[in-house]
Ligand binder design. Structure first.
Ligand code: GLP
Length: 315
């Protein structure tokens, strides 16, 4: 499809928007980025659409950054410290559950969300929040670990959250890392997440290198669930949770970036100085698969709750 045809179909092509320039210069997708334009669309009038004029494909849609000052595309909430970050994140998640008791939550592992899970469990104990009808879909799992392996994310979720609330374990899903058939395990998980209608709220941590789930820096944004080779920096970062670095699995199954973007709301939590560069690049860097979290700039409802140290480069 020619650019003119796209213009007719999508409205006014704004190739010279700030994001458009960044998209052309910085974002490297598998597509020829010289053809990528950003436009408003008659179907989603308050929404930014990135389209490949060469192929006539709509790639992503998200908030219209031109309407916002720097820092207002994503809602960024500064927390004093880890406890404050955890409480604020838990407040947002519990509001979701209270507003929609049978909501679909996308959940994350890692050290960062543990405090929020603890807070939610405490509020459940007090009778403030009820998880009986909630269903959950985790982002990722190490390949090759059984569900009972203490290093598996299946185990992590039970230990840190599910065993402390009244969720029905039959309504909790994590990619099946114990299935050696990567293609089968991943397509099965995609079907499960799609059948659930995608998360109402997706909780995300962020890796030191800007990864979300286990979507590592790459030359393109991923789509559905897939098997990834973990980068040395991620293996190194996650080795603190294993007896030795040799025990860290080298591969994982992860929900893709596109699937993550389907969530109706995204809540990113981050704390500590080690995350400062990744948080800066996520919020203010170019939208590029070299920093997978940067795609969240295009989500229409993304909230970042981070402590002062994690936001130290965003001032
Ligand atoms: C892992 C997980 C991510 C998580 C990241 C950061 O790699 N797959 O989902 O966001 O670690 O972990 P932490 O919160 O421990 O820094």
């Amino acid at each position: 499809m020619k650019e003119d045809a796209l213009r007719g179909k999508m409205g006014f092509v704004r190739g010279q928007t700030a994001l458009g320039r960044r998209g052309r210069a910085g974002a490297s997708t598998r597509l020829d980025t010289r053809h990528i334009h950003y436009a408003t669309s008659p179907w989603w009038p308050h929404t930014l659409v990135a389209a490949d004029a060469g192929r006539g494909q709509v790639l992503v849609r998200g908030a219209l950054p031109l309407l916002y000052e720097k820092g207002r595309v994503m809602k960024i909430i500064k927390a004093k410290d880890y406890e404050d970050m955890s409480r604020k994140a838990a407040n947002i998640i519990s509001a979701q559950v209270i507003l929609k008791p049978d909501c679909v939550l996308g959940l994350a592992t890692g050290s960062t969300p543990i405090g929020a899970y603890k807070q939610l469990a405490a509020w459940y104990e007090k009778g403030d929040v009820d998880f009986a009808e909630v269903s959950t879909y985790n982002l990722d799992e190490y390949r090759g670990l059984s569900h009972d392996d203490p290093q598996s994310y299946h185990y992590f979720m039970r230990e840190n959250f599910f065993d402390h609330i009244n969720i029905d374990l039959n309504n909790t899903y994590v990619p099946d890392g114990s299935n050696p058939d990567a293609a089968a395990a991943c397509s099965e998980y995609d079907k499960i997440v799609a059948a659930a209608g995608y998360p109402d709220l997706q909780l995300l941590g962020i890796g030191n290198n800007g990864h979300i789930g286990f979507n590592e820096p790459d030359d393109h944004f991923s789509k559905g669930t897939h098997c990834v080779d973990l980068t040395e920096s991620t293996i190194q970062a996650n080795s603190r949770l294993f007896d030795s670095i040799d025990d860290v699995p080298r591969q994982a199954y992860t929900m893709g970036t596109q699937t993550i973007m389907y969530a109706r709301m995204i809540l990113v939590v981050a704390n500590g100085e080690a995350k400062a560069q990744a948080v800066h690049d996520m919020c203010y860097g170019p939208v590029t698969p070299a920093c997978p979290a940067s795609i969240l700039q295009l989500h229409t409802n993304c909230v970042v709750v981070a402590d002062e140290a994690a936001l130290s480069l965003c001032e």
